[in-house]
Design a protein around this ligand. Structure first.
Ligand code: ASP
Length: 310
């Protein structure tokens, strides 16, 4: 069984001028997370590393670069799940932390709860010594421009977001066959204050079970929640479908049933992996053995050596 890490940078339609940035970021995060696996680290360590790198990268809708809510503020959701024990941790509508995915991991490891929200999540962050960062440090000019544009009464923030910004996520299998997932997002553009999206909800924005596999989705959160996308894919894998077929089946269902577009990265404990999406694009990358795989459009699949920095 070869350890594997698969990363996504959000489903949608990425403007040309941002596509290269988005692809380069997922490749770099995949290399960073995969180095953890190569060093003997766990699947959980690897997914948290990859997602933290993407949260630090202002090209994505997570951590720095998050979209703004209707009031022009940053509220973020994140989740992690460990397939060995089914332990999970999440935060929703959390403010002023640089790496919500690391806070989600602390919720998993240091509390008896699965999800902390809003001010309670911030209080927990303070009690754990997680530094509070100024809100301004999380806001990019691009996010502010998109927020302003979508204040107009005729604006369609869901349509606008599907692609212009990217939620981030990762799934991995380590040398011991343990699987894990992590997802992090600023949520939907111009969302209501206090909105909780799929990302913070177990079974929707992520799920991991060593008996089946691990999934990290992206897309319109309300649609993902209606079909519990992560768990739906694992359900199809449980009844014998491959990682690709299970992903395609669930994404097609979400499209047909609730008109939702999205994308997923998926692994099973044997090291099979997939990056599938119903949106026009999704920046993704995967590392296994000495190969780095990546793509942006449907059916696009490039491969290079993991050591090749180009
Ligand atoms: N699923 C995220 C949310 O609704 C957004 C995205 O994946 O782009 O919060």
């Amino acid at each position: 069984m070869l350890p594997v890490l698969v990363v996504h940078g959000g489903a949608g339609h990425i403007p040309k001028e941002r596509a290269e940035l988005s692809c380069a970021g997922v490749r770099a995060a995949t290399r960073g997370g995969y180095a953890v696996l190569q060093g003997g680290g766990s699947a959980m360590d690897a997914v948290v590393k990859a997602v933290s790198l993407l949260e630090d990268n202002p090209a994505y809708n997570a951590g720095r670069g998050s979209v703004l809510n209707a009031k022009g503020e940053v509220e973020m959701d994140a989740i992690v799940m460990d397939g060995k024990t089914l332990a999970s941790g999440a935060v929703s509508a959390v403010r002023r932390v640089a790496n919500p995915v690391q806070l989600a991991r602390l919720v998993m490891e240091k509390t008896s709860h699965l999800c902390l929200t809003a001010e309670g999540a911030s209080q927990f962050a303070r009690s754990m010594g997680v530094p509070e960062v100024p809100e301004e440090s999380l806001i990019t000019d691009y996010a502010r421009m998109r927020w302003k544009k979508n204040l107009a009464p005729e604006a369609n923030p869901v349509e606008c977001q599907m692609g212009k910004m990217g939620t981030v996520g990762a799934v991995a299998v380590d040398a011991e066959g343990n699987v894990a997932c992590a997802t992090s997002t600023g949520g939907m553009l111009n969302k209501m204050e206090g909105r909780v999206g799929d990302t913070a909800c177990i079974g929707c924005g992520g799920y991991a079970d060593n008996n089946i596999g691990a999934v990290s989705p992206t897309g319109h959160g309300e649609a993902i929640m209606k079909v519990t996308l992560a768990r739906l894919i694992l359900f199809h894998m449980e009844r014998g479908l491959s990682v690709e077929a299970a992903s395609d089946e669930a994404l097609a269902f979400m499209r047909a049933r609730v008109e939702g577009l999205g994308g997923v990265v998926v692994v099973n404990p044997r090291g099979c992996w997939a990056a599938r999406f119903s949106s026009l694009q999704m920046a993704w990358a995967a590392a296994q053995g000495d190969a780095l795989h990546y793509g942006l459009y449907v059916d696009e699949h490039f491969t290079q050596s993991i050591d090749d920095l180009l």
